[in-house]
Design a protein around this ligand. Structure first.
Ligand code: NAG
Ligand code: NAG
Ligand code: NAG
Ligand code: NAG
Ligand code: NAG
Ligand code: NAG
Ligand code: NAG
Length: 473
């Protein structure tokens, strides 16, 4: 309207004001003609009343370029000229765009930045972008895909819901951290049917197969990390053990999927009831995997047979980190791992916490590290394995040798006074260990304080070295 063109600084006439007053207001103002108001307030009141257009306010008319940008924001889908804008204009458009635009439009056109930050923060309360390589776009697509998979109900959700997303987001998804997988909905069975099934000797019930990763993983060509757990969160009164394990068919489809995912560097499959049979199947498909570096099977049911397969994998891959914490590994499994360690393994970190290695297993690992010039291991965790003095003595020999080992954790074992003394003596020669946990091991207090002192010294001299290196750089 014409009014928009009026300069804002133009003071309006008081009679202008009265013209627009309602009769009631006029009569009021004739009684108190601004008597109780200070001049400034009076002035503002006057200005408010002159606006015929309730949306009109006293700012400058936006410049044409702003109006154009606003129009681009409103018609983003139809125009698609985002690329041609200047950086500052792009910024402005990203600030204004609706976060509910279809992803196949925004994914291709809008680069990482403010827009994706707004999308993430609008959707999730906690957004730590440093966890996603400082890329908001990556955060959005990874979490979006995770959410869809976590709510995927087999036989109900269309697989296209996931697959349609693949071409849009495969360039951004580097890690998938799946924290739940839903089973199919069980048809409530009538009593008759149940009787019938029992008569047929078929009490296995409907097998629960989860989301089939075989349709997805080979298509995610940038996937480097996969964290998986077969469980249902907040299942409440519907609890069943079956909700917390992968089925045989799940295992087959996951194994083939993993084999086809050439870029995978880290696989974490935890708390999913993986037994020897499933472990062997998975490992069979991972042998000679070109990029796998970290493997985590913690909190499962893997025993010696499964562990032997994993040991074979150590020889047939370039694994750097192996975590088998809280499984059922005993002496033979430990020996298999020890054998793999002594044969040119590339392992940097080994975690066998909370298993049942016993001294036979512990000593085997100690021997594998002793006199092994090609040993690369930096961190060893044997906490909670019913180890006693013989293992401590075997490991003491390794420590005294000044090998590559930097951290060793033997907490929650019964090393006893003799074991402690052996470690103490060994530590007095060592200059490389900067972490040694021997809490809850029945070791004599004197030994503990001596070992801690050495570790502390080594640590501080390592720090000094590092700062000197940084300075010389
Ligand atoms: C380790 O590898 C080297 C060659 O890279 C080989 O000569 C040696 O025998 C291997 N060691 C064992 C125990 O296989
Ligand atoms: C050592 O590892 C190599 C592969 O790196 C393998 O061919 C060889 O059989 C292994 N040796 C033993 C004794 O397991
Ligand atoms: C260590 O590796 C070297 C070459 O990589 C090899 O010559 C040597 O035999 C290996 N030693 C052992 C104990 O495997
Ligand atoms: C360990 O290494 C340090 C320095 O690298 C050396 O002074 C010390 O003698 C070594 N100890 C043994 C037992 O080789
Ligand atoms: C001890 O660690 C240092 C680096 O921290 C390394 O240069 C040295 O080779 C290690 N000593 C042995 C015997 O491996
Ligand atoms: C040793 O392992 C225990 C149990 O996992 C852990 O709480 C502790 O922090 C570890 N010690 C070190 C020095 O990392
Ligand atoms: C590690 O601790 C020992 C014992 O306190 C000390 O002699 C040694 O100098 C320390 N290591 C280094 C690299 O200084």
């Amino acid at each position: 309207s014409i009014r928009h063109l009026l300069p804002t600084s133009l003071p309006f006439q008081r009679n202008d004001v009265t013209e627009h007053k309602t009769p009631a207001e006029m009569s009021r103002s004739s009684y108190h003609p601004g008597a109780n108001l200070n001049p400034a307030e009076d002035y503002r009141r006057g200005r408010r009343i002159i606006a015929e257009d309730p949306d009109w306010y006293l700012t400058l008319v936006p410049c044409l370029s702003k109006l154009c940008l606003q129009s681009i924001i409103k018609n983003f889908e139809g125009l698609l000229i985002f690329e041609e804008l200047k950086p500052s204009e792009k910024e402005f458009v990203q600030e204004g765009l609706s976060t509910s635009l279809p992803l196949d439009v925004t994914a291709n056109w809008i680069t990482d930045g403010v827009y994706w930050k707004r999308c993430c923060e609008g959707r999730w309360d906690l957004c730590d972008v440093s966890h996603y390589g400082n890329s908001w776009k990556r955060m959005f697509f990874e979490r979006h895909m995770e959410n869809i998979i976590e709510l995927f109900i087999p036989e109900v959700t269309e697989t296209n819901k996931v697959l349609d997303l693949v071409p849009i987001c495969k360039n951004y998804v580097k890690r998938l951290d799946i924290t739940q997988l839903l089973p199919p909905i069980k048809e409530p069975q009538t009593e008759e049917e149940e009787d019938g099934l029992e008569l047929l000797g078929n009490n296995e019930g409907p097998s629960i197969d989860h989301f089939n990763f075989n349709i997805l993983l080979s298509k995610l060509t940038n996937l480097e990390e996969l964290h998986l757990v077969y469980r249902v969160k907040q299942c409440g009164m519907n609890f069943e053990w079956q909700m917390f394990e992968m089925t045989d068919r799940d295992c087959v489809s996951l194994a083939t999927a993993l084999k086809s995912c050439m870029t995978l560097k880290l696989l974490r499959l935890h708390e999913s009831h993986i037994d020897d049979k499933k472990c062997r199947l998975l490992v069979k498909h991972l042998l000679d995997h070109p990029s796998l570096r970290k493997l985590d099977f913690s909190y499962n049911l893997i025993g010696d047979r499964g562990t032997r397969a994993v040991a074979k994998l150590l020889a047939r891959s370039k694994l750097e980190t192996l975590n088998m914490c809280c499984n059922e590994i005993r002496e033979h499994g430990a020996k298999a791992i020890a054998h793999a360690l002594s044969n040119n393994s590339t392992l940097l970190s080994l975690n066998l916490r909370l298993n049942r290695l016993g001294d036979e297993g512990g000593q085997a690992i100690g021997k594998a590290l002793l006199n092994n010039d090609n040993n690369t291991l930096l961190h060893l965790h044997l906490g909670g394995n019913t180890l006693t003095a013989p293992t401590a003595i075997a490991l003491a020999k390794v420590i005294a040798q000044n090998k590559t080992l930097k951290g060793i954790n033997l907490s929650c074992n019964n090393l006893g006074v003799a074991g402690g003394k052996a470690l103490e003596e060994a530590m007095s020669y060592n200059t490389n260990i900067t972490e040694c946990d021997i809490r809850q091991t029945e070791v004599d207090e004197q030994s503990v304080s001596f070992i801690n002192q050495v570790v502390w010294n080594n640590k501080s001299s390592e720090k000094k070295k590092k700062t000197q290196e940084n300075k010389s750089k």
